[in-house]
Every structure is written in C-alpha cells, then in structure tokens.
Design a protein around this ligand. Sequence first.
Ligand code: HEM
Length: 441
Amino acid sequence: MYLRLGELHAVVVSSADAAREVVREHDANFATRAMTAAVRATVGDKVGIVLSPHGAMWRRLRRICTAELLSARRVRSFRSVREDEAARLASAIATGERQLINVSELVSRFVSDTVLRAIMGERFRWRDEFMVTLAKAMTRGAEFGAADLFPSSRLLRAVNGAVRESRALNARLFELVDRAIDQRRGRKAGADAEDVGADDARDCLLDVLLRLQEHDDDLDCPLTMATVKAVILDMFGTGTSTTSTTIQWAMLELMKNPKMMRKAQLEIRHALRCKSRVTEDDLINLKYLKLVIKETLRLHPPTSVLFPKASQECCKILGYDVAEGMLMIMNVWAINRDPKYWVDAEVFKPERFEGTSVDFRGIDFQFLPFGGGRRMCPGMTLAHANIELALATLLHHFDWQLPHGVTPNEVDMAEKFGVDVHPKRDVYLCPVLVVPPEMES
Ligand code: HEM
C-alpha cells in the first residue's frame, strides 16, 4: 500500500509475500530507521543500537548485543533473578487473594525489576521515575508531528514543542542512567569478599559494557560512555513494555477462552505437582504454554507496526516502484493475520502451531512479531524466558476469575496504540489461590 503523509511518501508492507521480498531481496536497503524531527534534534552523540544507521558502528553494537548482552548463555546466567522475581510476583498476588487486583501493574513491575536487575545487578532506587520518564520519552520521540510531515518547513521545525520536551526527557534519562552507573560502581567497590551476594558476583549488562568501554581500542567505531548509556537505555526501552504487554494479552486471551486456560493450567500443575516455587527446569516440557505464547504474539504483536525505515536507493517491491528516501513501514499486525497463510486468522487458537515448525525467528514471513532481517529483535530469548516464567507462575499458583458480572465473551480486548499496542485498560482479575507459593518478604 502506498501512503502519502504530508510531504512524506511511504510504502506499507502488510502481507507475508511482501515481507518475504523486503527481507530476502532488500534487507540492506531498509536497514536504517528513520528518526522523527524531535529525536534527530535530541540525540546528538547519544546513539545506541536502535537509532544507529546501518553501518560499521551498528554492526559493532549488534555484535555486542548478540554475543555479549543477550546471548543464550548470558540470558541463562540471569535465571535465578527471574525465578526470584517470579516468586515475589506470586507472593504479592497471594496477599491480594480473592480481591480484584491490577494484573497489568504487577506484571509490569515483575518485568521491569527482572530487566533492571539483569542490566544493573540489583533493584534500582529510581525505578518508578525511570520507567515513567522512559515511557514518556519513547512516546514523544516516536510521534510523527507536523514538523515530520512537512520537513521542508523551517517554521514548523522552529516551533516544534516536541523537541523541547524530548530534550528535557532525554536529559533526565541520561541523569538517571548516570545514577545507575554510580550505584553499580559503588556496590562493586563496597562489596568485600564475604559480602558478595549472587547479584554482585555475576556480571550484569552494565559491568560487561563498562569493561568493554574501558578496554576499548577500536579507533574506527569507539565505544564512548555516551554510546554505553544509550545502549543501556535501548535495553530498557525495547525490553520492558513489549514483554509485559505480551503477558497481559496472553492472560486476557486465556480469560476469554476458559477451556484453553484449563488446558494450560493442567499441563503446568501436572508438571509441577504442588511445588511452591516455579523454576525454569519445570518449563522445559510445557508444550501447550509455548503454543499459547506463540499464538499471543501472532494476534497481539506488541510492536504491531515497525518503526519506519528509509529506503537508501530506489527498488521494487512486488513490482511496485519504491523511490530513494521513501519510508517503508512494516505492518506486522496485518502480516500475522494474512488470510493467505492463516485459517480463521482472527481466532485465538494455540493448537494451530501444533506439529508445525512455524516460529518467530524471522524466517517464517507470515509470523514476524520480532521483525525479520538484520534489524530484527536480538532480545527474543530474554523476552521468551520472562514471558514463559511469568505465565507459568500465574497459572500454576492461581485460578483466575473475571470481575463480578463479566462473562468470557465480554472480556475487554480494546487496544491502545502507542510505541507498542497494549490493552487499552489495565487488566483487573481476581486470583484464587490453588498452590500456595513461598511467601517472600
Ligand atoms: C515480546 C517481547 C519483544 C518483542 C515482541 C520485540 C520485538 C521487536 C521488534 C519487532 C523489533 C524491530 C525489528 C525491526 O525493526 O525489524 C525489535 C528490535 C529490538 N529489540 Fe526487541 N522485542 C521484544 C523484547 C526485547 C527484549 C527483551 C530486548 C532486550 C532487552 C529487546 C531488544 C531489542 C533491540 C536492541 C532491538 C533493535 C535491534 C537493532 O536495531 O538492530 N527486545 N524488537
């Protein structure tokens, strides 16, 4: 589909066939994200992996992400952090048993604490301010305003209020990252040999980045402190709300489909017996839960419309001309529901993945929740580990009831479109304790 937005020209890729052609034939051509005027005017030298244009610096950061920060080995090293936070989640819910609780809030806290501890080795004192500022900065930075639609207008650029706000939010975020670095350095310096807990002994992502930065001898693509801080912000920005949104959608779909809820719970409870704490070893054989996660990511990909990428040279997609400079917008929401590839595409049916090899690793072009090609998500393994453990914990320990008077057919599935597509209203459910968790202080 061709779109004209003010002075901008864009092509929207919304079928699996078009996505295949873009990723297979033109990946390098569409490997640089476009920046909004507000972001362009704000970032300066503080560019991490997400905003790096395709080139040597991006390649270096991508290698650091895949080999050092988000590798399967590193994700495994944070397993006890995830299990600890999942136990806290269960314990917090058990205290509110048989009352309506805000599942969205608890799940978001689980994800942000898990990701924060992986990044900086411990809980962050300014977590709440940090998460709120980050969400505002991302929303502001991603908005295409009048100055973006009419880039030739100097007047619109001059009066662009988003720039002022973006600069202030970004400055505050970098101050908070400075505090996170100070907190980590202080902790490392202060921890004597006997006092070293598991979190101090294990390298967190900040330790890895600071070490790479201190010993950096790459003159062509130097790893500056500004880059390190921007990468840290990228990890938070990309890794938190996408993950917690997926957990919330999965819960909503299961509440809407009680038979599927029951099937998932039986599988988990059978595997775990009456264990008071869910560990990742328990998840290995949970086949149905994995199907539920896939189907949730198909129907509710958090990044439903990928951030636009700018065409570096003219090309053709499915025979249509795409000029140099034109934006390419990938509509993952539509691709994941492409009726050519999915029977009953609008229906939540985890069983559809049973016995198929269709996966979200970027090679099945009808299913691209993590994108495809060289800019696809490097955080899949971490995301999946967090989603699976959180869902298993919620379904193992509790049965769930809808608010009084609401039937499964009336579950509120309204979407709110922002940087990601999340439930419009927070998810409120009533937990009924079935398998008591260890109570955390
Ligand atoms: C359910 C959870 C997640 C979903 C659905 C998701 C999805 C995506 C998508 C669609 C992209 C853009 C792909 C493109 O433009 O072609 C992306 C990029 C990215 N994601 Fe994720 N993501 C998730 C979790 C995470 C996590 C946990 C991390 C790490 C902490 C992460 C790190 C990144 C990074 C660094 C990029 C930019 C890669 C680059 O530009 O080279 N994501 N993600």
